[in-house]
Ligand binder design. Sequence first.
Ligand SMILES: Cc1cc2nc3c(=O)[nH]c(=O)nc-3n(C[C@H](O)[C@H](O)[C@H](O)COP(=O)(O)O)c2cc1C
Length: 207
Amino acid sequence: MTSEIVKITKLPVTVKTRLGWDDTTKNVTEVAERLQDIGIQALSIHGRTRAQLYKGSADWTLIGEIKNNPRITIPIFGNGDVDSPEKAKMMRDTYGVDGIMIGRASIGYPWIFNEIKHYFKTGELAPPPDVAMRVATCRKHLQRSLEWKGLVTGIHEMRRHYVNYFKGFDHFKEYRMKLVTSYSIDEINGILDEILIRYADNDLIKV
Ligand SMILES: Cc1cc2nc3c(=O)[nH]c(=O)nc-3n(C[C@H](O)[C@H](O)[C@H](O)COP(=O)(O)O)c2cc1C
């Protein structure tokens, strides 16, 4: 399938995959070589098997082996459980990957990417976003979600994000319940206004 896609487009084709189907079929090493041979431009690997879903922790050992395989020349990106600048650095230093993909840790916390860049560049941790920044970003996200997905789906898809935007905020449940049950944009924006006032004096919060 990938070979046919590479043939019909001039665009660079990249692949993301897992280690294999289950513990007895971790074939990603062979898969990486074959994908490179048919012309993909980069490969991202999530350090779990399909059978594992999200259980256990991601195993980056095979990702590192593929990165260090002399046969492999395309960029290799590691993926799985990176949720902080320190962890990103540890994975980069330990496994030598060309890049890191981040999934869950960016949900409701898009600052993670710049925080990692900042840490790589300076060796220092950037201060986490304050409440005003979180509310403003959440509002913009809601607006874009509505523009992109329409009223009902836009509102529904935002619901999984609110709790992460305000993770670690004391007594947040009351606001969360309102945010995830409302179908009114004005009401949601009103709740975001309330959050801004209620938590304005919070110290900077790190998720
Ligand atoms: C809501 C959600 C949607 C995802 N959708 C896809 C997808 O469409 N394709 C894919 O390859 N992986 C998808 N993933 C898996 C992630 O890309 C990633 O491999 C996995 O979450 C592990 O990385 P993490 O520990 O940084 O989250 C999804 C993950 C989440 C949480």
